[in-house]
Structure formats: structure tokens, C-alpha cells
Design a protein around this ligand. Structure first.
Ligand SMILES: C[S@@+](CC[C@H](N)C(=O)[O-])C[C@H]1O[C@@H](n2cnc3c(N)ncnc32)[C@H](O)[C@@H]1O
Length: 503
């Protein structure tokens, strides 16, 4: 998409940016922590005060791109590469020059990347204005969630569906040999091209809807932060897919497996409806029925319809007269869909393991201490993939052990006759992402029995005797519970890959 001349201009600009310290660390050092933190709240005044008497290429870059201020050309530092910036359509105007797009240093501790997007509705010192229909979103909370939870193992090929400003593709560029980034919005692809070039990366950019631009291709990793918002119309490309209700999530998870190589993984953000007559888990589980993939669905947040509509209207900068009319229309549309709430979360698909025979794992993680990292997602999916080979008999013969960081807090309580009774406990893994959970008496007794030498079936016998329960009752719950605890890293089950299938 970018011409050789444009790439050369971007690469010269990158050199200048790095030389003068127009980087995340450099801007922090220039502004100081207080003014820098204020930028995160879209408050530019503290930074303007810090820079009031300062000059330099770095100061000009921050004024133009971070503060969104117009600067008279005659006052710009002569070393600022204005011609390259104009050639890439990053700035324009005369006699004052202003940024036409938002260029933001972004990255991990050992990367220097630049994300190019449209200005947000509240930036650039302007009053809040509605964004355009083809608005290209910058890095937001959902972008960061997806970037965090995506597994980062080295892969040959990766797809970023709905790349927008290119933030996911930047991360993919670190661990995928080839990155394909698609978008329905041509402007988004143009800006993503500049993001890549300014960040020293190169991707295969393709325009089109959903999987159309990659027909016939397969990837080791597919990520997507799609326009998942459940809305009545198709006002903004970055937000509204134009499909009914939450159908986008269904369409994506049902189509994704075709584009996954064997062993490949897809990580997709989605919204789903909560309706009075339906458990959200059943709704999303139905999407996954014939994917042929092992899957994990985690719900991170649920909003009530009014909260949801208010949030997304604000997101697009809609504060004007039309606000209440649109609010009303949207709320009615959600009501017609039977929405009592809207869930947000992620769906991970893995083409391998039991190829979907195991059934999906769906859970609410809204109380988690933090969001999982990609390596934790990989571990969970790898543990799930294993149940296919590691059948029930093998599981009963296996001897799980507690990991070092396991924290199981239980009390022993005596009944009136003086017999010791087990009581429910609290279980957590130190440093883990899940919140401590309450576990029942049986689970806490089982966990205490798992010392790496006691088999699951022996532990079931011990616990049934200890709690005076029927062995079969304990057994039925124990298999599922042990699987879940292993997936969560709360139990370790070592399997020697050299051994034949233990069934
Ligand atoms: C929420 S933004 C995500 C941008 C970026 N990937 C991120 O993580 O921040 C959704 C992106 O999907 C694009 N999009 C909208 N409809 C699409 C479709 N039918 N097919 C592909 N991309 C689409 C939008 O143009 C937008 O860039």
C-alpha cells in the first residue's frame, strides 16, 4: 500500500524521532510525571505550561502530535523534517501547521513504535465533537486487553482482522514471521501502513470485510478487536459491524476455524446479549458448537443497557442535541432485542486437542485480580488440549501436586461431639491472575490430599471416607474439578510426553 518513497520518508522520520527522543520515555522525561499523567486524561494545559518557553525538534513534535496544537511555520525548529511529515500527510496547513492525525509513541519496554490514528473526540484542545463515520480509532482499553491476552509464542503467520491503527499488528510483528492486517476501512489501512513504516515493520495490508481478503489462507494465529458494539445502525466503521444484535461474535467464531492452521489459535474480543430467558453461557456456547476447536470464553464485564449506550455515545464524542434522541433510539433497540445486559469478553479458539469434543469452557472473570497474560492463556489452552489424550482412567491414575504458590486457607472446625469437620476454604495462586475463590469442603479436602504421590482415585476414597460421603458422588465432581484446577494452574499434572497414551 505504501510506495517506496513513502516508506523512505517514514524511515527518515523514525530516525529523527528516535534521535531527538520523541519516544514514550522521552516524552515522560520532557513533561514530568504530573503533566504526562494529565495527558492520559485528555488534559493538555499542564504540558503546555511545561513547554511554554522551550524550543527544539522534540518540543515541536510533542506540540504537534501529542498536544494537537497548531504551530506557526516560522516558529518551528529548522531541523524538523516538515517535508517528510507533509508527504506522509501527518501534518498540513499554512501559515500555521497542525497535525492531521494522532502520532503517538507506543510500545513495550524494549520497542519503539509509533501508532498513527485519528484524533479522539476530546483531544487537540477542541471541544468534544462527533467523530467521522470512517474514524480510525487509536489505542484504547479493548486494544490493550487483546494485546495482553494474546499468546506470544513464535509463529510463521498471523492475521489481525480489523487492524485499524495497526496496534495489534505491531505486537504480532515481534513474534510472527509474516503479518497480514485487514480492514474494511481504506483510511484505516493507510494509517496502519504509516504505523508500520514509522515503527520499522512491514505487513501485508488487505482491504475487505471480515475474512474476505484472506480467502483460502490459513494462519497460526488470528487476533481481532472487531467493531463488536451492539447498536441499531451502522454509524461508525470502528464500532458498528452493521449485523443484527451480537451476530458479529457468532460470525467471527464460526468462520475463524477455516482460517486456522492445525494447532492454530484465534483470540477474538466480543459482546454478547444477556436476555431474561437465556443464560449468556448457553447463548455463546451455541456459537461454538460446530467450530471443531477447543475453546475458552471469558466474560470480563457486564453492563446494563443504559450504561452501555451512554458509554458508546460518549466514545464517539456525542454530546450534542442529538444525544438524547440517539440514546432513546438505541435503548429501545436493545429492549427490542430483549437485552437486560451486555457482556464483554474474549473467545479463544484452538484448532487441536479434542477438536471441540470437550465442549467450551465459559466463565465470568469480572472479579479477577487482573487480566491474564498471553502465556497464561497458552497454559490454560494447552491444559485443555491435553484432556483429549488424557482420558478419565488416566486422570484417575495420575498424581497431581499442588504448585508452590498455592494458597488454600481452610479452618478445621469441631462439631458438638468433638469430631473435626472440614469447612469450605479459600483458594488462590500467589501471583496468579484469578481472584481467590471459595471452594467447597470436598474440593479443599481433595487439594490437601494431592501431594504428587496420591492418585486422584485414592484421594477420592480418602476424602469420601473423611467426609462420610458416597465415593461415586465425590468421584463425579472430582474429575471436572481436577481438570479445571489444572487448567487454572492450581494443580500440576506432569505428563511425560515420551510415555504412550496412558489409557
Ligand atoms: C475497534 S477497532 C479495532 C482497531 C485495532 N485493531 C485495535 O485493536 O485497537 C475495529 C476495526 O475493525 C474495522 N472493521 C469494521 N468493520 C469491519 C469488517 N466488516 N471487516 C474488517 N474490519 C472491519 C474498523 O474499521 C476498525 O478499524
Amino acid at each position: 500500500m505504501m510506495t517506496a518513497d513513502q516508506r523512505a520518508a517514514a524511515s527518515r522520520l523514525r530516525e529523527v524521532f528516535l534521535d531527538v527522543g520523541f519516544t514514550a520515555d522521552g516524552v515522560l522525561a520532557m513533561l514530568g510525571s504530573s503533566a504526562y499523567a494529565a495527558l492520559g486524561r485528555d488534559e493538555m494545559v499542564p504540558a503546555r505550561q511545561v513547554l511554554a518557553d522551550r524550543t527544539g525538534v522534540d518540543v515541536d513534535l510533542v506540540r504537534l502530535f501529542v498536544l494537537g496544537d497548531a504551530v506557526e511555520r516560522s516558529r518551528l525548529n529548522p531541523l524538523l523534517p516538515v517535508a517528510d511529515m507533509e508527504f506522509l500527510e501527518l501534518v498540513g496547513g499554512t501559515p500555521s501547521i497542525a497535525a492531521l492525525v494522532d502520532v503517538r509513541p507506543y510500545g513495550e519496554s524494549d520497542t519503539e513504535w509509533y501508532v498513527v490514528s485519528d484524533h479522539g473526540p476530546g483531544t487537540a484542545g477542541r471541544s468534544v465533537v462527533e467523530v467521522a463515520a470512517d474514524h480510525v480509532l487509536g489505542v484504547g482499553g479493548a486494544s490493550l486487553t487483546l494485546a495482553r491476552i494474546t499468546p506470544r509464542d513464535g509463529v510463521d503467520s498471523a492475521l489481525d482482522l480489523g487492524t485499524g491503527c495497526g496496534v495489534q499488528a505491531l505486537h504480532l510483528g515481534r513474534h510472527a514471521k509474516a503479518v497480514v492486517a485487514t480492514d474494511r476501512n481504506g483510511r484505516a489501512l493507510r494509517l496502519a501502513g504509516v504505523t508500520a513504516a514509522l515503527s520499522g515493520q512491514r505487513w501485508d495490508l488487505r482491504e475487505g470485510s471480515l475474512f474476505e481478503p484472506v480467502a483460502g489462507a490459513q494462519f497460526d494465529l488470528v487476533v481481532s478487536n472487531p467493531p463488536f458494539v451492539i447498536s441499531p445502525g451502522h454509524r461508525y466503521t470502528y464500532r458498528d459491524a452493521g449485523l443484527p444484535a451480537d451476530d458479529l461474535g457468532r460470525v467471527l467464531v464460526q468462520q475463524a476455524p477455516t482460517y486456522l492452521r492445525d494447532g492454530g489459535t484465534a483470540v477474538i474480543l466480543a459482546n454478547w446479549l444477556h436476555r431474561a430467558d437465556e443464560d449468556w453461557r448457553e447463548r455463546v456456547a451455541a456459537w461454538l458448537e460446530s467450530t471443531g476447536c477447543d475453546s475458552w470464553v471469558a466474560q470480563r464485564e457486564v453492563q446494563d443497557p443504559a450504561e452501555y449506550v451512554g458509554l458508546w455515545l460518549r466514545d464517539a464524542g456525542h454530546a450534542g442535541v442529538d444525544h438524547d434522541r440517539r440514546y432513546d433510539e438505541w435503548l429501545r433497540a436493545l429492549d427490542d432485542m430483549g437485552a437486560e445486559g451486555i457482556g464483554f469478553g474474549w473467545i479463544v479458539l484452538h484448532r487441536g486437542g479434542s477438536y471441540g469434543e470437550l465442549g467450551p469452557r465459559l466463565e465470568d472473570v469480572s472479579a479477577a485480580d487482573r487480566q491474564p497474560r498471553g502465556d497464561e492463556v497458552t497454559a490454560l489452552m494447552a491444559a485443555r488440549a491435553r484432556w483429549h489424550e488424557f482420558g478419565v482412567v488416566a486422570l484417575l491414575d495420575s498424581c497431581p501436586r499442588r504448585p508452590e504458590g498455592l494458597r488454600l486457607v481452610t479452618e478445621e472446625r469441631a462439631d458438638p461431639k468433638g469430631y473435626l469437620l472440614g469447612v469450605p476454604g479459600s483458594l488462590g495462586v500467589i501471583g496468579g491472575w484469578r481472584q481467590d475463590e471459595l471452594v467447597d469442603v470436598v474440593t479443599s479436602a481433595l487439594i490437601r490430599a494431592f501431594d504428587g504421590h496420591t492418585s486422584v482415585s485414592a484421594a477420592v476414597d480418602v476424602v469420601a471416607a473423611e467426609l462420610e460421603l458416597d465415593v461415586d458422588d465425590v468421584l463425579a465432581g472430582a474429575i471436572l474439578r481436577v481438570r479445571e484446577l489444572v487448567e487454572d494452574g492450581a494443580l500440576i499434572l506432569e505428563v511425560d510426553p515420551k510415555l504412550p497414551d496412558p489409557r
